[in-house]
Design a protein around this ligand. Structure first.
Ligand code: GZL
Length: 345
C-alpha cells in the first residue's frame, strides 16, 4: 500500500472511529438538503479513492453564507472525486479551530476554511503545516504568515468599499449635492473579519477626501438582519439627520430598512435616506429594482468552482497562484433588471 493509501486508511479508521464513538459525529457528510447530520453510511470502502476535503464554514449568518456553502457542496461532489467533510462553526472561532484539528487527526487531504476573523490562526495553521495538509482559504483572509496556507480564493473587499464611495460621489454630483453636508452611518459586519475591515477601509479612504462627508458612527451589526435592525434603531435615536446608510451586507440592510420605515421614513431613490448595501443577493436586488436600495455592491459567494480547480491543480502537481480574486459587479436600478432572473441565491 503506497504512502497516500496508508494515510487514507489511517484517516478512514479515524473517521469511522469518530462517527462510531460520537454517534452522529461532529462532522457532516455533505448533502445539500441536510448538511446538519452524518449518515452511518457517510463513509464506505468505495470512497477510498476520493480526495478528502475538510471544510470549516463560519456559520449560516446570512443568505450570502448559505450560497457560499451551497457553492462548495456543488463543486466538491463524490461524482467529481471528492469526499467533503463539512463543519458549521456557528460563528465561533473556537469551533473552527476544533474542526481544523479534527480534520488534521482524520488526515484529510485538504483543509478549506473561511476564517471568521483575521487573527488567531497561527497555532492551528502551524499544526496543519506540520501534518503536511495544504490549507486553502475561502472568502475571508487570515493575518498569518503566508507560508501557512497554500491559496486564498475570495473577493476584493477593499475595492468593494472604494466602489461604494465612488458610487456616492457620482450620486451626489447627479443630485447637485456634492457640496452639501452629508451625514453617513456605517453598519459594519463582524468586527475583525477581512470583509468588514476591507469594506470599511475602502469606503473611509475615499470619504476622508471630503470635508463635507461626516461619518457620524460605525457599529457592527454582525452581518445579521436582527442586529442590523437593532443598531439602525440606535442610530435613528441618536442622529436625527442621517443622509446615507452604508450597510456591509444585505441581511443587515433588510433590518436597517425595517427600522427606518418603522421610524416613519423612507429609503432609496427619492427617499429620506440613501442605502448603500453589499452582497447583491436576489432579495436585495429586488429592492434595488423597487428603488428602496440605491446601490448594491456585489460580493460573489460562488467560490466552489475556484476551490475545486485549485485542488485539481494541486492534485496534478501543477503550481497555483497565492490568490484568486472572484469577479463582481455593481447593481443600481439602471442595470439590475438584466441580472435579476439569473440570480439563484
Ligand atoms: C464577504 C463575506 C461576508 C458577506 C456576508 O466576503 O465574508 O460574510 O458579505 C457574510 O453576508 O456573512
Amino acid at each position: 500500500m503506497n504512502g497516500r493509501n496508508r494515510k487514507r486508511a489511517a484517516g478512514l479508521a479515524a473517521l469511522l472511529l469518530l462517527i462510531l464513538l460520537t454517534g452522529c459525529g461532529a462532522f457532516y457528510d455533505v448533502r445539500p438538503e441536510e448538511a446538519e447530520e452524518t449518515g452511518e453510511d457517510a463513509w464506505t470502502e468505495e470512497n477510498g479513492g476520493l480526495v478528502i476535503v475538510g471544510f470549516s464554514q463560519i456559520g449560516s449568518e446570512s443568505i450570502w453564507r448559505t450560497a457560499n456553502t451551497n457553492s462548495m457542496q456543488r463543486a466538491l461532489t463524490k461524482e467529481r472525486g471528492y469526499f467533503l467533510i463539512f463543519n458549521n462553526a456557528r460563528q465561533k472561532q473556537e469551533n473552527q479551530i476544533k474542526a481544523i484539528r479534527s480534520f488534521i487527526s482524520q488526515r484529510v487531504d485538504y483543509i478549506v476554511f473561511s476564517p471568521i476573523t483575521e487573527s488567531g490562526w497561527d497555532t492551528v495553521l502551524e499544526e496543519a503545516k506540520e501534518a503536511g495538509i495544504p490549507v486553502i482559504l475561502a472568502d475571508r483572509k487570515v493575518d498569518a504568515d503566508a507560508s501557512l496556507y497554500t491559496t486564498w480564493v475570495g473577493p476584493d473587499t477593499v475595492k468593494e468599499g472604494e466602489n461604494a464611495a465612488r458610487w456616492l460621489e457620482g450620486n451626489l454630483k447627479e443630485k447637485n449635492r456634492q457640496n452639501d453636508d452629508i451625514n453617513i452611518v456605517i453598519l459594519q459586519g463582524t468586527l475583525g473579519a477581512s470583509s468588514e475591515m476591507g469594506r470599511t477601509a475602502g469606503f473611509v479612504s475615499i470619504a476622508a477626501r471630503y470635508h463635507n462627508w461626516h461619518i457620524l458612527d460605525c457599529q457592527t451589526g454582525d452581518f445579521t438582519t436582527a442586529k442590523g435592525k437593532e443598531v439602525m434603531q440606535q442610530f435613528l435615536r441618536k442622529y436625527p439627520d442621517i443622509d446615507v446608510v452604508v450597510s456591509q451586507n444585505d441581511d443587515m440592510t433588510f433590518g436597517a430598512i425595517e427600522a427606518i420605515e418603522e421610524a416613519g421614513m423612507t429609503t432609496g431613490i427619492g427617499g429620506d435616506i440613501t442605502i448603500i448595501s453589499f452582497d447583491a443577493v436576489k432579495e436585495a436586488l429586488e429592492l434595488v429594482q423597487a428603488g428602496k436600495i440605491n446601490v448594491d455592491i456585489e460580493c460573489n459567494p460562488e467560490q466552489g468552482e475556484y476551490i475545486e480547480k485549485v485542488i485539481r491543480m494541486l492534485e496534478a502537481g501543477e503550481p497555483v497562484e497565492k490568490e484568486y480574486v472572484v469577479e463582481e459587479k455593481i447593481f443600481t436600478f439602471r442595470n439590475v433588471s438584466q441580472y435579476l432572473d439569473e440570480r439563484t441565491y
